[in-house]
Design a protein around this ligand. Structure first.
Ligand code: FES
Ligand SMILES: [Fe+2]
Length: 316
């Protein structure tokens, strides 16, 4: 289970997508059924009934907050225990469990811990912009046809901005840069992963980007006296599929009407990245020695090192 992405907390889907019916979600090649447990919590179980293999996500959620299989109606709670087997009152239900993984709802997202079991050794620790009170947030989600590692590196990669985004967020930089412009990137290790300091030409150094293990980028857009952040989560779905979740957070222009504007801007920028990313070959980032790199690639190489050391060979 969770090949190459085990034993980590990750957001998997916008919480707003999880309503009264179970929701099918694939994470790192593992199919899960998510559901609300009726007590304010979220359940996540293998989307494969232990009886005859039907997808539990095609079933329904009972009044008790269990997921009921669409085939013969077996019911399972958020811990994976079998709570009801129709027509078989004497069934040894403790032998009929399914596999659950820990799940939480936090910051408008559903998170799972990528290992089977009732308990996780830690709790998720989201970037504070996802959970701080008083911020207005916008949420976008879309799927890309690429491996999540290419998407994650793109989010930590500043030198692409004046090229891929020359019509939007990179316009200013693409006009100012010359063929002699030097961009200097510094990777600063942090408890959550790392911070990226950047300067080019004679500009003062700025720290705008953060990496939060295993798969979250935070961009702190500098507006004096204001909070304006973008969070991008690259969720591994399958070897060539990544779910991009983008959460904007701001403490100004709070009118809900303006969410449409902020949402559209995010969509446009993501669209600019998508075409280039989906063309990257191979889809999964290779070992650093297999591609040519330069000093301004320091942050993406730091991510690649973490990926190869901690995640790529992991399984649960
Ligand atoms: S397949 Fe799920 S109850 Fe039979
Ligand atoms: Fe980009």
């Amino acid at each position: 289970m969770f090949e190459g992405f085990a034993h980590v907390w990750t957001p998997v889907v916008l919480a707003s997508k999880l309503r009264t019916a179970p929701l099918a979600v694939e994470v790192a090649g593992t199919k899960l059924a998510l559901f609300r447990d009726g007590r304010g919590g979220v359940g996540a179980v293998m989307d494969r009934c232990p009886h005859r293999g039907a997808a539990l996500s095609l079933g329904h959620v009972t009044n008790e907050g269990c997921v009921a299989c669409p085939f013969h109606g077996w019911e399972f709670d958020a811990g994976g225990a079998c709570t009801h087997v129709p027509f078989n009152p004497g069934a040894k239900r403790d032998l009929l469990r399914t596999v659950a993984v820990p799940a939480r709802e936090l910051g408008g997202l559903v998170w799972i811990y990528t290992a089977p079991g009732r308990d996780a050794p830690t709790e998720p620790s989201p970037p504070e912009g996802l959970v701080r009170a008083g911020l207005r947030r916008t949420y976008t989600q879309r799927d890309w046809s690429t491996h999540w590692t290419r998407a994650m590196e793109n989010m930590l990669d500043s030198p692409h901005v004046p090229f891929v985004h020359r019509a939007t967020i990179g316009r200013d930089q693409s006009r100012r840069m010359t063929r002699d412009t030097a961009m200097v990137m510094r990777w600063i290790p942090a408890d959550h992963g790392g911070r990226i300091a950047m300067t080019f030409d004679d500009r003062p150094e700025v720290e705008l980007l953060e990496f939060h293990r295993p798969n979250i980028m935070v961009l702190k857009i500098p507006i004096p006296g204001k909070v304006f952040r973008m969070h991008a989560v690259c969720v591994p779905v399958a070897p060539r599929r990544t779910r991009m979740i983008v959460v904007g957070a701001r403490d100004f222009a709070r009118l809900p009407l303006l969410d449409v504007f902020f949402g559209r801007t995010n969509d446009r920028i993501l669209g600019e990245d998508q075409a280039v990313l989906e063309s990257s070959d191979p889809p999964e980032v290779p070992p650093p020695g297999d591609e040519r790199s330069v000093p301004s690639d320091a942050p993406t190489l730091a991510f690649r090192k973490y990926y190869f050391e901690a995640l790529r060979d992991s399984h649960a």
